[in-house]
Design a protein around this ligand. Structure first.
Ligand SMILES: C[S@@+](CC[C@H](N)C(=O)[O-])C[C@H]1O[C@@H](n2cnc3c(N)ncnc32)[C@H](O)[C@@H]1O
Length: 257
């Protein structure tokens, strides 16, 4: 809520507080002017929420039951752009799906998971404490949509860097905006901005190369949260990246040779 105070020019400044709302007769003319301006703005640009005027999402599975989840559009666009790096000995988390789909000249594929029940995992380890995984062995590590589940995210990035060969590439994606996974209420910790990723990965890949990019915009963020699918948006809507509304952040980080 908004509390207003007068500055020297008797204009209203916005400061955050809940106090003003209960004082409708407060002698703040700037506040009245602002209320009128806001009312005018609502009339000039009415917000028709339509099917998204709901307190529960359309889909409980990121839109997967309606089509392709919107975050996958950006994750897969990134991996398609970076497919030249997916070669040699490749590590992926949970499954080798992206290695198979986007890789070329892959000599060996490995799957890392903390979950010992994962039957396709060739390495069972917590990425934040992965000392059992030897250093300098992977040409590429596809680390998609996983760091949000790891409390010690910096330790995870340090291990990702350590296990790459010199010259090897980490292809990482993280959510900047997302619902919480239904079974992860107590184990999903983070949403990361592009700036957080820049600092984190540049700190760890100090002498390597790091390229960070935010993908998405206000429409795709709302669509994703409510559970709409890629198939319900146009390419023009999907492809506009607004730096103020990143939905997914992608990081390509190369270990110094
Ligand atoms: C949502 S999946 C994401 C991976 C998948 N490749 C994708 O793009 O959707 C998250 C995976 O990370 C694993 N995971 C969670 N915490 C982990 C940790 N600390 N170390 C290693 N794997 C972890 C989970 O068991 C799960 O298989």
């Amino acid at each position: 809520m908004i509390l207003l105070r007068r500055n020297q020019a008797n204009e209203a400044d916005e400061v955050t507080s809940s106090a003003m709302v209960d004082r409708p007769n407060a002698p703040f003319r700037g506040y009245d002017r602002l209320r009128w301006r806001q009312r005018l703005e609502r009339l000039r640009r009415p917000a028709w929420l339509g099917t998204i005027r709901r307190t529960k999402p359309l889909s409980d599975h990121w839109g997967r039951d309606r089509g392709t989840p919107v975050d996958r559009y950006y994750i897969e666009r990134f991996l398609a752009e970076e497919q030249d790096a997916i070669r040699g000995r490749v590590l992926e988390v949970m499954s080798a799906d992206y290695t198979e789909r986007f890789g070329s000249a892959v000599e060996r594929r490995d799957v890392l998971d903390i979950d010992a029940e994962n039957e396709v995992a060739t390495i069972v380890a917590d990425l934040a404490a992965a000392d059992s995984v030897p250093s300098d062995i992977f040409d590429c590590f596809i680390l998609t949509q996983t760091l949000q589940y790891i409390y010690d995210v910096k330790a995870a990035v340090e291990h990702a860097h350590r296990i790459l060969r010199p010259g090897g590439t980490l292809l990482c994606t993280v959510p900047a905006i997302s619902r919480i996974a239904r079974l992860q209420l107590e184990s999903e910790y983070w949403r990361l901005t592009p700036e957080a990723c820049s600092r984190l990965f540049r700190d760890v890949f100090a002498r390597g190369e790091v390229a960070v990019r935010g993908h998405g915009n206000v429409l795709t963020a709302v669509a994703f949260l409510v559970g709409m699918a890629v198939e319900e948006l146009s390419p023009r809507e999907l492809d506009r990246d607004d730096p103020f509304f990143p939905l997914v952040v992608t990081v390509r980080a190369t270990k110094s040779a």
